[in-house]
Design a binder for this molecule. Structure first.
Ligand code: KIV
Length: 261
């Protein structure tokens, strides 16, 4: 299905349901498994910085990383809408955002995602004018973790609520087809979702507060045991299974004797 049809179908889910189920992927096998399991939207998230590349946060991710992983995911994804994150500092101006959006699309993305509200509206409009679909990201913005001094819940003060609601309006008016809401107080996520016509997909905003949900796949399958966010619901223990399999593999030759000379 062409990208614009997938986006139209995604938008329609706001009214017709069912709620959207989105996940992240960074490699071919994961993308293929998610796609074959019926995931609506696959995000090549810059969370790859932590859970794949071993950096402390997403601020170390580059456009080259995103291109490399987007291409791998594109080879494994057919039916899901494939969205690629902009890396930090790769959309500082409208011109830079358009150029890098084109690069991500050339790598196989069907849409791009950027972080921020009102301040990003001009860039969203410029990318949309190029015929490229854009998703917004509001609430806790991982690319601003250093300025924020950590990962903090958003929507706790009147000022934060206004910024979230104004940001959502601005992104919608600029042409975004959907918005990721990260770590927003549940009541505010509900209010924001009701205030716009495009779908919101929530992470860390409570269950049933948005038009759908998005999760970091390693949190769902239990493949990154060293940090699991408090809101995550692991549904498998892939790390445990890998450890068991590798311990059995390592033990097998140690229990044999060397071949005779
Ligand atoms: O990079 C990512 O994985 C994300 C999710 C938190 C939605 O943006």
């Amino acid at each position: 299905m062409p990208a614009h049809q997938k986006v139209t179908a995604f938008r329609a889910r706001k009214k017709s349901g069912p709620p959207i189920a989105a996940l992240t992927a960074w490699d071919y096998p994961t993308a293929r498994l998610l796609d074959e399991a019926g995931t609506d939207l696959i995000l090549v998230g810059d969370s790859l910085g932590m859970v794949v590349l071993g950096f402390p946060d997403t601020t170390h991710v580059t456009i080259e990383h995103m291109i490399h992983h987007t291409a791998a995911v594109a080879r494994g994804s057919k039916n899901a809408l494939l969205v690629a994150d902009f890396a930090i500092n790769t959309y500082n101006s409208a011109e830079q955002a358009v150029a890098n959006a084109r690069t991500l699309v050339a790598a196989g993305a069907e849409a791009v995602k950027l972080e921020g509200g009102v301040r990003q509206a001009g860039k969203v409009r410029a990318i949309v004018d190029e015929g490229i679909e854009v998703m917004g990201h509001l609430g806790m913005l991982p690319q601003r973790v250093k300025e924020e001094g950590g990962y903090k819940k958003k929507g706790k003060s009147g000022e934060e609520i206004s910024a979230l609601l104004e940001g959502a309006q601005a992104l919608q008016e600029a042409g975004c087809f959907g918005i990721v809401l990260e770590s927003v107080v549940p009541e505010v996520a509900i209010q924001l979702t009701a205030s716009i016509d495009i779908p919101t997909i929530g992470i860390g905003c409570g269950v049933g507060t948005c038009d759908g949900e998005i999760a970091v796949t390693s949190d769902v399958i239990g493949s990154y045991p060293w940090f699991v966010p408090p809101f995550a619901t692991p549904r498998a223990d892939v790390a445990g299974e890998i450890s068991k399999a590798v311990q059995a593999y390592v033990a097998a030759p140690r229990n044999r004797s060397l071949p005779a000379d």
